[in-house]
Design a protein around this ligand. Sequence first.
Ligand SMILES: Nc1ncnc2c1ncn2[C@@H]1O[C@H](COP(=O)(O)OP(=O)(O)OP(=O)(O)O)[C@@H](O)[C@H]1O
Ligand SMILES: O=P(O)(O)OC[C@H]1O[C@H](OP(=O)(O)OP(=O)(O)O)[C@H](O)[C@@H]1O
Length: 211
Amino acid sequence: MTPAPTRDPDHLTIALPKGRIMQDAIALLAQAGLPLTTPEASRALRHEYPGVTLLELRNQDVPVYVDLGAADAGIVGKDVLVESGRAVYEPVDLRFAACHLSLIREKGASGPIHRVGTKYPRSTRAYLNARGIPAEIIKLSGSIELAPLTGLADAIVDLVQTGSTLKANHLEELDILYHSSARLIVNRAALKLRRHRLRPLIEKLRELTGE
Ligand SMILES: Nc1ncnc2c1ncn2[C@@H]1O[C@H](COP(=O)(O)OP(=O)(O)OP(=O)(O)O)[C@@H](O)[C@H]1O
Ligand SMILES: O=P(O)(O)OC[C@H]1O[C@H](OP(=O)(O)OP(=O)(O)O)[C@H](O)[C@@H]1O
C-alpha cells in the first residue's frame, strides 16, 4: 500500500537521476512551466525552487522514491522502471534517452548460451524463460561488454544506442528485448492530493512530446 504523502499539497517533489537523463529532464520540466534551472555544481542532493523540490538520485532509486511517496513524480528510463518491478503510474513517454535493450554476443559466436552477463537480471530472466533458454544470469554493474570478451559469459543483455560500443568491442546484436526511453512516473496518492499541480504538468508534457 502506497502511503499518502503528508507534505504541503501545493508543493511538488520530483525525483531525477543524476547522469545522462538529468539535464534533458530539467530542460523539459522547465519547458512545461516548472520554475527550474540546472542546479549549481555542489554536493547538495536536494534543490529548492518556488513550489518545487528536486531530488538527485541514482537511476534505480527513482521508482522507489516515487512508489513509496517520498517523491510525487520522477523521470527515469523505461529499462530501469521495468527492472524495478514497481507498478507506478507512467503517464508520459518523454521520448529522449532512446535506446534498446538487446541480446549481444561476440561477432560470429554460435552454439548454446549457458551464461548471460547483465545489469538487467529481471528483463533477462523474462526473455530467457519465454524462449525456454535455461541459461545462468550473472549480475554485473557496468562495462558489461567485457563479459563475453573475457569468457565470463557467452552472451550479454545490455543497452544499445548508436552501436558504437558494440563495434568497438567486436560484438553483435542478436535480438532486441524492448525499446526504452525516458518516462514520467507519478505516485498514485500524490496524483489525487496534488491533482491541481500534477494534471497540468502531465498534459503539458504530453503536448510537448506529441503524445
Ligand atoms: N547510450 C545511450 N543512449 C541513450 N540513452 C541511454 C544510453 N545509455 C543509457 N541510456 C538511458 O539513460 C538512462 C541513464 O543512463 P546513465 O548512463 O545515466 O546511467 P548509469 O550511469 O548507467 O546509471 P547507474 O550508474 O546509476 O546505474 C538509462 O537507464 C537508459 O534509459
Ligand atoms: O550504442 P552506444 O551508442 O555505444 O551506447 C551504448 C552504451 O551506452 C551505455 O553506456 P554508457 O555510455 O552510459 O557507459 P556506462 O553505462 O558503461 O557508464 C550502455 O551501457 C552501452 O554500453
